[in-house]
Design a protein around this ligand. Sequence first.
Ligand code: ADX
Length: 183
Amino acid sequence: LLLWYFLLFGENMNGTIIWLTGLSGAGKTTIVQALEPHLTALGRAVEVLDGDAVRETLSKGLGFSKEDRDTNIKRIGFVANLLAKNGVTVLVSAISPYRDARREVLETAKQNGVKTLEVFVDAPLEVVAERDVKGLYKKALAGEIKHFTGVSDPYEAPLAPDLHLCTDQQPLQASVQAILERL
Ligand code: ADX
């Protein structure tokens, strides 16, 4: 009976948190959007927590001071953990510039028996500023936005990420494939 129970529930209880960190415009959201259908096709329950979207709901009103960013990451981490404990594969895309905040969330997840994958979505500042999808780098470089990550605010790159994707050097599908292989 125990074996039956384990086979039925034991392996499937815990989900996974795939945490994408990196500068604005590095490609986090794009990768998540391309990855999601692959995971759904594998029969996984998938949820996405995207910094931009979260800041319109759960983190509405928060700014970009270190304190507010850490609060944002704690909230995202809290929800990600609740979902992952119930078997969901959670895709997080948030700049999450502070190492300690990321570590705290991912360590809590591991303690809950949740699998974690810290993915560093990396592209040089010159490249993301050139892409400037949202026009924010232009403003930040002109001094119109204070505390902009990578320009006038810190970004602490992961020292030992589970995956390091250089989005200026490989196509989107290669990044998606790399994550799928790590899973
Ligand atoms: S985080 O630092 O708290 O993880 P998050 O990923 O939620 O940030 O939000 C980042 C998004 O907010 C950016 O993609 C950009 O659209 C917007 N944004 C507005 N102001 C800033 C700023 N000062 N620094 C970084 N991103 C900003």
